[in-house]
Write a protein of this length. Structure first.
Length: 82
């Protein structure tokens, strides 16, 4: 019969919104980054800039959370053009 492959527990409306925004805004930001790519620069620069811009539309908490997430990524994987 039917099987559940992946269950994610979402505790509140904010977490639901965060998951939806991650799916939607990443794609918008990636499209922007690819269309505005600068030769010799890490494509993540415009990607992350656009993500922060979009998340800020949903409030300072969302902007801060995304900024912290990006900083963690950059600690593990710094920009390649530095």
């Amino acid at each position: 019969m039917g099987r559940t492959l992946n269950i994610k527990e979402l505790n509140n409306v904010t977490e639901v919104l965060w998951k939806v925004l991650n799916a939607v805004l990443f794609n918008i930001s990636m499209e922007y980054a690819l269309e505005n790519r600068i030769e010799g620069k890490d494509f993540r620069r415009p990607l992350f800039k656009k993500e922060i811009e979009l998340y800020s539309m949903f409030g300072d908490d969302f902007k801060q959370r995304k900024s912290e997430e990006i900083q963690e990524i950059l600690l593990e994987n710094p920009y390649e053009d530095e």
